[in-house]
Ligand binder design. Structure first.
Ligand SMILES: [Zn+2]
Length: 90
């Protein structure tokens, strides 16, 4: 099912390490709602963690997250929501 098309992301612009392709989770806030897109092919720097998303992948993501019908049918996940506290102690 998955077609593997290797793309050369080149070197990390921050630390110069060769960037590797991985499937990542990307989160977006759309009109006050958090949407997570899974299995996004992206370049990830193994040293500093910088992520690079290709322009065409970015365009596809934009299409996905604008598809409100698809979003309505997608499974929900629950995430912890923590209030910021200045005096927080661990
Ligand atoms: Zn890097």
């Amino acid at each position: 099912m998955k077609k593997k098309t290797k793309y050369d992301y080149g070197e990390c612009e921050i630390c110069g390490t060769q960037i590797q392709e991985k499937l990542i989770k990307q989160d977006f806030w759309i009109r006050g709602k958090l949407i997570v897109v899974e299995d996004v092919p992206a370049g990830v720097c193994p040293r500093c963690g910088k992520k690079v998303v290709k322009a065409d992948v970015g365009r596809l993501i934009m299409k996905l997250i604008e598809n409100s019908e698809r979003i309505a049918k997608s499974p929900r996940i629950s995430v912890p929501s923590i209030k910021f506290e200045e005096e927080a102690r661990v």
